[in-house]
Design a protein around this ligand. Structure first.
Ligand SMILES: [Zn+2]
Length: 258
């Protein structure tokens, strides 16, 4: 199983540090928004940084890229659409990231919605999905449309149930509070809310999740469930015939949820 440890940054970001299976001494980091905590984790774990994977252009995901790349001579992979000067290997949908000397290989999935350039990295039974999918939630629509984001989430949902989901933020508790409002009859949401409440009271991480679990608790992956649709229609005060309309209504509901 792929070994990835969270590096905390800012108030709730996780920068994922992947240990290379081939030598155990090299590492790849996903979305280093801040160089300092990544460097501290590399020093502490005795790892050499060899590559950087970027999911999208937001500063809390790329802020540390230039410094880390220069310091370590690390190769930077990122979305071609983002046109980021720090990216050495621009990636499009279905491209492959092959780091044979590290024993790592990822397939690129274009997942527009949160931003138009957003990509995710899938490999070794793990998905690094940045700000597209969160546990029990999804990213806000800053650039894309509801239909684009739903299509991106549908693609992610087509991966195997056991896929481990490495999200970029610790939003799980707030997301589950919302999920419990949308689906008060979903027992697994209510159980998860309680177990996550305990974890967060100890400042423990709630990730990675699995896709199977997300399919059962995440309202944004459940827009075709009658209960989610009925709740969205009741909240919006309108009939929502299309899953993209349900998704848009749930997203707007969450945006205003406190
Ligand atoms: Zn973002």
């Amino acid at each position: 199983m792929l070994e990835a440890s969270p590096v905390r940054a800012f108030s709730d970001n996780y920068l994922w540090l992947i240990r290379a299976p081939r030598d155990g001494r090299s590492a790849v980091v996903v979305d280093p928004g801040d160089a300092r905590p990544v460097q501290a984790a590399l020093d502490e774990q005795g790892l050499a940084l060899r590559a950087i994977l970027v999911t999208h252009h937001h500063p809390d995901h790329v802020g540390g890229v230039a410094e880390l790349a220069a310091r370590h001579g690390a190769l930077v992979f990122g979305p071609a659409r983002g046109r980021m000067p720090c990216v050495h290997r621009p990636l499009d949908d279905d491209d492959e990231v092959s780091l044979a000397e590290l024993g790592l290989e990822f397939r690129v999935m274009a997942v527009p919605g949160h931003t138009l350039d957003h990509i995710a990295y899938y490999g070794h039974g793990a998905l690094f999905c940045g700000d597209t999918l969160f546990s029990a939630g999804c990213g806000r629509l800053f650039e894309g449309t509801a239909a684009q984001m739903l299509a991106s989430l549908d693609r992610i949902a087509s991966l195997p149930d056991q896929t481990r989901i490495f999200c970029a933020h610790e939003y799980t508790f707030a997301n589950l509070r919302f999920a419990a409002t949308v689906e008060p009859g979903n027992a697994e949401v209510l159980e998860s809310l309680e177990s996550v409440r305990v974890l967060r009271s100890r400042d423990a991480i709630t990730l990675p999740s699995t896709l199977g679990r997300e399919r059962r608790i995440n309202p944004f992956l459940r827009c075709r469930e009658p209960a989610v649709r009925a709740a969205a229609e009741a909240h919006a005060g309108a009939v929502l015939p299309d899953p993209a309309d349900v998704f848009a209504a749930v997203r707007a509901w969450k945006d205003g949820f406190r």
